[in-house]
Design a protein around this ligand. Structure first.
Ligand code: UDP
Ligand code: MG
Length: 314
C-alpha cells in the first residue's frame, strides 16, 4: 500500500499540536493510504517536545525529530522532509493555517490529474496586518523581477509532493535555504489551489517585521545575483556622470561671463559624502553575498538532532 507522509515544523506550539492532531488524523484516514506524521520540534522552549513524544507513544503513525536548538522553519522543513518515507509527502504548519482537508484535493491532483505537486495559494491576506501584506506584495514583485526562479505570490509552504520531487528538494543541500525558491527551482508540474487566509487556532506567529525583512533579503540573495550586477551599473553611471561634469567644467571655463561659483567646497563635500555613501552601500551588498558564501563553504549541517524515533533509510 502506498504511503502519505506529513512533515510538520513546530516551534513553541504546545497549544496547537493537540488541535492539529485531532484535525489531521481523520483526513489521513479518509484518504485511505498508509500514513505517517513527522513532527519536528525546532528547539522549542515550551512543552512541544513532550507533547509530540506522548503522541508518538500512543500512536505508531507519529514520528518525531527534536532539534538541539532553534534552527528556524527552513531547517525544520528540511529535517521533516528528509525523515519521510512516503510516496506522497506534504509540508504543513501546525497552527491549522494550512487547512488539513485540502490534502484530499491535493492528493487527487497528484494521483488522478498527473501533477507532481499541488500547493496552496492565498488569494486574500485578510486577517493579516495591512502593513505586512503591503511589504509581502512588494517583496514578491521585487524578487520576481530580480530572479529567474519564479516565486509565486501568496504560495504557502503547504503542499503535497511526489517522492521524486521531495528527493530533488533534498538533493539541494544548501545551508541558506529559501524553500519558496527551491520548490520552484527543482521544477516539476505544480497545480495551485486557491484559498482564503485562515487565522491560526492558538498561540502566536513567530514572525516579526525584522525577521520577515531578513527572510526577504535572504530570499533575494539565495535566488538572484542582480544586486551585484547593479553595483557595476551604478559604478559605470557615476563614471559617465563625472565625464559630463568635467566637460561642463571646461565649457564654463571658456565661456565668457559665466556665473562663477563663489566657493566650490560645499558642492565638493556634498558630492564626496554622497559617493562615499554609495560606496559603502555597494560594499554592504557585496558583504551580504560574501557572508552567505562563507556560511556555505563551512558545510555546517542544516540542523542538529537531539532525539528522534525515525529510522533513517541511509
Ligand atoms: N516554525 C518553526 N521554526 C521557527 C518558526 C516557526 O518550525 O523558528 C513553525 C511554526 O511552529 C509553524 C510554522 O513554522 O508551524 C509557521 O510559523 P508561524 O505560524 O509563526 O508563521 P506564519 O503563519 O505567521 O507565517
Ligand atoms: Mg502560522
Amino acid at each position: 500500500m502506498k504511503m502519505i507522509s506529513i512533515a510538520v515544523p513546530c516551534y513553541n506550539e504546545q497549544e496547537t499540536i493537540p488541535a492539529f492532531y485531532q484535525a489531521i488524523i481523520p483526513v489521513l484516514k479518509q484518504i485511505g493510504l498508509d500514513y505517517e506524521v513527522i513532527f519536528v520540534d525546532d528547539g522549542s522552549k515550551d512543552d512541544t517536545a513532550k507533547i509530540i513524544k506522548d503522541l508518538a507513544n500512543n500512536d505508531s503513525h507519529i514520528k518525531y525529530v527534536i532539534f538541539s536548538r532553534n534552527f528556524g522553519k527552513e531547517s525544520a522543513m528540511y529535517a521533516g522532509l528528509s525523515s519521510t518515507k512516503g510516496d506522497y509527502v506534504a509540508i504543513m504548519d501546525v497552527d491549522l493555517q494550512d487547512p488539513p482537508e485540502k490534502l484530499i484535493d491535493m492528493y487527487n491532483g497528484i494521483a488522478f490529474e498527473g501533477y507532481d505537486c499541488v500547493g496552496l495559494r492565498r488569494v486574500t491576506r485578510e486577517g493579516e496586518p495591512k502593513i505586512r501584506s503591503f511589504f509581502a506584495r512588494q517583496f514578491y514583485k521585487t524578487i520576481n523581477k530580480m530572479s529567474e526562479t519564479e516565486i509565486v505570490d501568496g504560495a504557502r509552504d503547504y503542499r503535497l509532493m511526489t517522492r521524486k520531487m521531495v528527493d530533488a528538494i533534498l538533493s539541494v543541500e544548501e545551508y541558506n535555504r529559501f524553500s519558496k525558491g527551491i520548490f520552484s527551482w527543482v521544477g516539476f508540474k505544480t497545480k495551485w489551489l486557491e484559498y482564503k487566509n485562515v487565522q491560526r487556532v492558538a498561540g502566536e506567529t513567530k514572525w516579526n517585521f525584522k525577521k520577515l525583512l531578513r527572510y526577504s533579503i535572504d530570499g533575494i540573495i539565495a535566488f538572484s545575483t542582480s544586486p551585484l550586477k547593479m553595483i557595476t551599473k551604478l559604478g559605470i553611471s557615476f563614471i559617465v556622470l563625472s565625464f559630463l561634469m568635467a566637460i561642463t567644467a571646461v565649457i564654463l571655463a571658456v565661456v565668457p561671463k559665466h556665473i562663477v561659483f563663489h566657493s566650490g567646497w560645499p558642492y565638493l563635500s556634498i558630492v564626496l559624502v554622497f559617493l562615499f555613501g554609495v560606496l559603502f552601500v555597494c560594499l554592504g551588498v557585496m558583504s551580504q553575498y560574501l557572508a552567505k558564501t562563507y556560511a556555505e563553504v563551512k558545510h555546517r549541517p542544516i540542523y542538529i538532532e537531539k532525539e528522534s524515533n525515525v529510522n533513517k533509510k541511509k
